[in-house]
Design a protein around this ligand. Structure first.
Ligand SMILES: N=C(N)NCCCCNCCCN
Ligand SMILES: [Mn+2]
Ligand SMILES: [Mn+2]
Length: 288
């Protein structure tokens, strides 16, 4: 199947199926047009796919081999250089197209900057948005653009989607006051633990869209990301949360965003690739 706005790129090394019969459908979004400190997230989708070559497809602690699962990779979205809204429109149209041919597919976005999550959420219309991020992303506008990656959670909340945020350690007073007014729940990275996650997420309506801005992890795990922040979460913090979420909530879509880097084998891409395998494996465990 051909999609209007996608092109072929590096693939995962194990047998892939077509998007029509897949459970998991990977879509890269190589866009970093509004990143404000370090560029390079446009290379994220390719770096993550390449990093998967380093990993065993067998998840030891699950006794699941994700190579046996129906995974499709439909390539990357052809971005509109410098325009986060038009690019997110292409993401939205691609995910809508996918859901028309395969309503049970779980889209997995590989970014690319966080602004592009908006396109997938607009297409999937989840009831809730659960996000791991160093940043609140609740700015009304940033650098004269309301579709800047620093605004994505505000645009999503404006769609009427309930929001819960974890790993937060960067934002403005205006964003904190906005979250208070709008009833947006968030947990500071220094206060994060598994119980805090479950307490906030257990009552959220389904389906849930799960977004991981890679900068939620500690800087040591993700040195190559657009707006790095010290004091982040541990790898198993987020894996444990993913496991609880896929066990207890219907997940409409997933993404791993803000992965940057300039070289193959970059640490940040390896962290992202391992998380990708755990997400697929956690759902796959229920399927097998
Ligand atoms: N959500 C994000 N990634 N935020 C991007 C904006 C970061 C604001 N830096 C402000 C620097 C002030 N010196
Ligand atoms: Mn973000
Ligand atoms: Mn962030």
């Amino acid at each position: 199947m051909d999609f209007l706005y996608t092109y072929e790129t590096l693939k995962l090394e194990f047998p892939l199926v077509g998007p029509e019969e897949a459970k998991f459908v990977i879509l890269g979004v190589p866009f970093d047009g509004t990143t404000s400190f370090k560029p390079g997230a446009r290379f994220g989708p390719t770096l993550i796919r390449h990093a998967t070559l380093n990993l065993e497809s067998y998840i030891l602690d699950y006794d699941v081999d994700i190579a046996e699962l129906p995974i499709a990779d439909i390539g990357d979205v052809a971005v509109v250089a410098g325009d986060p809204r038009k690019t997110a429109d292409r993401v939205r149209e691609t995910v809508e197209e996918l859901k028309r041919v395969n309503p049970s597919a779980i889209p997995i976005l590989l970014g690319g900057e966080h602004s592009q999550t908006l396109g997938a959420v607009e297409a999937l219309k989840p009831a809730s948005y659960v996000v791991f991020d160093a940043h609140l992303d609740l700015r009304e506008s940033y650098e004269d653009n309301p579709y800047n990656h620093a605004c994505v959670a505000r645009r999503i909340g404006e769609l009427g989607v309930r929001e819960a945020m974890f790993g937060i350690r960067s934002g403005t007073r205006e964003e904190v006051e906005y979250a208070e007014r709008e009833g947006i729940a968030w947990v500071h990275a220094r206060d994060y633990d598994f119980d805090a996650f479950v307490e906030l997420v257990k009552s959220l309506p389904e389906p849930v869209y799960l977004s991981v801005d890679i900068d939620a992890f500690d800087l040591s795990l993700v040195p190559s990301t657009g707006t790095p922040e010290a004091g982040g979460l541990k790898f198993w913090d987020i894996v444990e949360a993913v496991e609880w979420l896929v066990e207890n909530k219907r997940v409409a879509g997933f993404d791993i965003m803000e992965v940057a880097g300039s070289g193959l084998g970059d640490v940040t891409a390896l962290t992202a690739a391992k998380l990708l395998f755990y997400f697929i494996g956690a759902i796959g465990k229920k399927m097998l």
